[in-house]
Write a protein that binds this ligand. Sequence first.
Ligand code: AKG
Ligand code: FE2
Length: 813
Amino acid sequence: MSVKRPNTAEQFRLDQPKKAASAAYTYFLAHPKDENSKRNIVYYRDGARVAESDFLDLEMVPYKEHYIRATLAYKSDEWEEVISHMEQCLEEYYLEFERCELTCEAKFSTEETEFKTGIADWMLYIMNCRSLCERDLSKVFIEPIEDFVRDMYSYLQFSYSSLKQFDQAVQAAANFLAFDPTHESMLENKRILLTREGVKEEDFQPQQEVVDYVRKNSELKELLFSIVDNYRHQQPVQEYPDKEAPEQDRDLFNEIGDLIVEMTESDDWMLRYEQLGMNVIARSVDLNREERFVTDGMLRPEQCDELLTLTEDLPTEPQGSQLFTLKVAQQKLEEDPNEEIEATLRLYARSVEVLKHYTQRYLNPDMTYYFKKSSIVCWPPSEESRTCYPQEDGTCVKFDDMSDELYSDLYTTVTYLHTADEDSDFSFLNEEKGIDRALGLKCGRTIGFNTGDRHFVKIPKSGSKRCAVVLRYTFNRDLDDRDYNDLITMLHRVEELRMATAKQKPEVVLKKFADAGVKVTKERKQLKGKERVVADGIASEAQCETLRNMVLTRGMAGDGYNGITTPHTLYELFLGLSVPDVNKSEALAGDGYDHLKTKPSEVSPHTEHELYRGMNIYRAGKLAFEEKISLGALRDFLDLSEASRLFTEKYFNLTKPLYFDFTHLVCRSAVDGSNSNREDLSHPVHADNCNLQPNGSCFREFPSFFHRDYSAILYLNDDFEGGEFFFAHGNQSEQSDLVSHSNVVSQVSVRPKCGRLVAFNAGHFHGVKAVKSGRRCALALWFTHQAMFKELAHVQVRSNHSYRNARSPVFID
Ligand SMILES: O=C(O)CCC(=O)C(=O)O
Ligand SMILES: [Fe+2]
């Protein structure tokens, strides 16, 4: 009786001539002097009739090479070789995997979350990112190999058995079974091994490393069970075939490894949450009973505002509360499947997902939590005196009807959507009907407690209603709230539907642009590259002026930090553009670059010789709402953004929709006296979605905005000197230190003027020449194909009622 030879999916693949040819060729590339591998190549090329093009140059990462060598050795029964390479492969694979996870983490904790669609997106993003590590790393060849890691133990098990090294074979079998405890052939192998002398059942212990790996991956998958699948499916839809989507090469981990090593090695989710500003402010010891906690910072103010819009027009229940439930959500979406509602519901879904994850991690990392019920509960103000205790879930109960015990499997979190005074307090009750602890309301504050824990809420007598996201969890999967999955599915369908109906023919749209006076003035030929275009007439002189003024009056608020000239450089005199009545917080210096904490000034993040003031969509929306800028100005901001987006999408004939990722209105102006002999650039050579390396390569990875697909800049004036936009040569290898100098080799430059749009693939190198005098204003836009990175602010601002009513749809059918 002999141990079964693995008959895995992977082996089957390896038997396919193309894959095997690729493997052999890859191996040959790594070992050009190896006679054996040369023979292999010849064998495959001649014998298997594989086309030349199938000899792909696969990237060699050490573990992949070991994998290929091991599988080749396996084919020729060279067991020692198999073992040696598989063991090394596994060792290096685990390291690579860890790197991959840390990369997700690095992206997660360092990107400028302020301008992203929110913490919740990032949360989801990192979960998704981590779950992709396993799959991406299993791409030894072009496609992921199913059960890649598991099956390596199968190879090992078989090879060790063939060499009669049964202890190791047992170990390998145990490791394999840690992945799949019911795998029939392996169980059969185990039975066979057990017949060997000295082999006992208890010898089948998987290694800790394997146990940890399996646990981590299955936890993550569980967590992503309903939601990530939906997001993943959101990407290529049938109507929008994935047009030359560049495969992100995840093998760059080697390159960024150094960066990551510096990052924390801790696997502590709580720490990560803290990095995002989610801080526990009270634990059960502070709150007099087990399972209680209070955490602040779970939502940002604008997210609270957005979620509150879901509570408008809710009917009042007999007990006086109002409920926004998932059923209501579905209804809303069915009645009016518009983008605003969709975006808000997405935010809701992501937020509750984060809250669930957080709660689970905080309380009970070993349990899986399911939503039993998810809702927003509001208590409208009321003068009524009650004999019952109003609850966070919207009911009102008598003291004697309150549970006296904590439940073993029900838990509740309440997350407030606004800040309120003590009129709205939350209180835990003790057995004597006394108040154990009272807590005030704050946007993003989350109180967690066992569902059986006594509490009540104060209902404000006047003012706005008291609202919170109330989530009830269970550990029992059967009690899982189906409505939640239904909502997610619905959101996905709405998106699909909208994409399908919004799909307008490029010719039709471009003709409309032409009729409105838009003229393409430079195309790929003149611009020396595909996916580049310059068009004039996108904005009128009046619109340019409106946007310029917006930055000047509101974007340049403040007089340079209380009259202090910054110590950075002698050029950095603030221009004294103070607008006395303007609140400084309205304008963020270098808005959009506030992650550059070292430059908390008006000085351009790119050159100290220029000042830099900007405004993003969210801020503009807020100012309009506060009536500090006119609705007309906001409309111009939004309409010009949309026109630029639509033009870019249609001109490049993109088959997938482009979403806004970030929209930034910005002016750069020369500092007085700095105009002579400037050697620097206003914006050094860069690409918008990757990290330019000194050797000229550019990685679409952390910390760049790797998800950006296209960029467009709409210029607003020409009364300044210098400031030309230019495309630069892709290969900067001989001029790496020149990327920020004026003598950089530019391929072709574009002189800004009002209404001129330059749009291009975000991966193309470009820069801006020094602004030698005057002020240069532009609307910079970055777009993405990934719905997940949609700039929520656009939708938020558009959903503002007064704006929506005032809006005349331009360029939209
Ligand atoms: O303002 C311009 O012309 C280009 C700016 C740019 O490339 C950027 O902000 O990424
Ligand atoms: Fe750029």
